[in-house]
Design a protein around this ligand. Sequence first.
Ligand SMILES: Nc1nc2c(ncn2[C@@H]2O[C@H](COP(=O)(O)OP(=O)(O)O)[C@@H](O)[C@H]2O)c(=O)[nH]1
Ligand SMILES: [Mg+2]
Length: 248
Amino acid sequence: METLYNIGIVTPTYNEKDNILDMLNLLNASLSNSGLKCVILVMDDSSPDGTSQIVSDYISNFKSDNITLELKVRAGKQGLATAYTQGFAYLIEKYEPEFVMSIDADLSHNPKYIPKMYQKAIIEQADLVVGSRYVKGGGVKNWGIDRKVLSKGGSLYAKTILGVGINDFTSGFNLYNTKIFKKLDLDKVNARGYFFLIEMKYKIYKLGFKVVEFPIVFVDRVNGASKMSKSIFMEAVTGVIKLRFAKK
Ligand SMILES: Nc1nc2c(ncn2[C@@H]2O[C@H](COP(=O)(O)OP(=O)(O)O)[C@@H](O)[C@H]2O)c(=O)[nH]1
Ligand SMILES: [Mg+2]
């Protein structure tokens, strides 16, 4: 009998040519002796810098007993949220993994944490493990004061308005038990950008699932540029209010 896939990992890319090889090597190093069976899906939005070509070349030469690697290329930049929702839906349909995970491809989220986050989910019977910068042991490296304020302030803002005790609402490094998506429809997630990360955590908590945080040290990207923009930021600011006062 085929062993069950433990984790389906989605890593979205837009112009990550100088990060993606290191990222795939780190994922491989962290997972190959973990005892976990994993599938990794790179969701690229036709990056003009040729990220997808680098990934497909890597896949052609890739061999592993426990890791499956896939690439999906969408036509043009469509945002982080649907990269995740479509990626999750695809992996759930095809591989039926126990968990799905979101992880940035720009080396900010260290894959070394993945087996530990998985262990935490199992031991504590948690449905969502948030890789958290804002709990004891977590932190941020290389960010300027502006991004620090934006991120920590954003998480605090969401926590306060929504009245839910999650300290890192805007974290993009998350492990979800796929049973969540029997109750939470991935097609009905409205957000375009980072607000998605807040919306998912809130809805999952409100559905009664167990949410825990695992401390991570987030290291800001060295190569390439952030895709954070003013409109994406504003979506999150107004989105939190809408979420809080939305009718059931
Ligand atoms: N496929 C896809 N990936 C994206 C998009 N926007 C950002 N990403 C990826 O999502 C991850 C996080 O984005 P980033 O710009 O680093 O955000 P920041 O860390 O908050 O500054 C990176 O791996 C990006 O390449 C998008 O529109 N489509
Ligand atoms: Mg980043």
